[in-house]
Write a protein that binds this ligand. Sequence first.
Ligand code: V0V
Length: 150
Amino acid sequence: MDNSDLFVCIDHVGYAVPDLDEAIKLHCDTFGWRVLHRETNEEQGVEEAMLGTGEQGAQNAQIQLLAPLNDSSTIAKWLERNGGRGGVQQVAYRVEDIDAVSATLRERGVTLLYDAPKIGTGGSRIQFAHPKSTGGILLEIVEPPAAAAH
Ligand code: V0V
């Protein structure tokens, strides 16, 4: 990969929330987001909802609400560290080729959490960079399923 852009855009900002239904109600009723998608990801230990604005199929912005599935979930640990209150847990950058971007980031000394990408929301491929190598942000990189890439 050359020195051009690595990232397409901010795919979503992820909020840790103690209760998914309550958080959906707040963000939809008060802030006008729409639920685009909801799923359970056992491997990541989350129950999640993706919320969007804009026309269906061409969202302007997305936020992801992440509630813990169990006590060992990374989200449970994050909430505990944060006094049980929700907050921004991650920022996710969209990429076109997660394997190429992962290789470039590794070459540049970034610590990625997984040997190979895992499955994320809606069948996307996801990888995370540890906050210690990003200046304190948990950074997700996400390659959407081919049909939803742009
Ligand atoms: C921990 N730290 C954070 C952080 N979590 N800093 C910024 N943002 C966060 N979210 C800091 C923490 O304060 C410590 O700093 C340091 O990192 C190491 O803490 P730790 O006790 O080792 O933290 P752990 O055990 O909570 O692990 C942190 C990591 C964990 C990042 C390794 O959260 C992880 O594996 N995350 C990736 C998976 C994930 O987040 N899944 C849920 C979303 P000091 O005290 O040492 O300075 S799933 C998802 O996004 C999906 C499905 C999707 O988008 O499709």
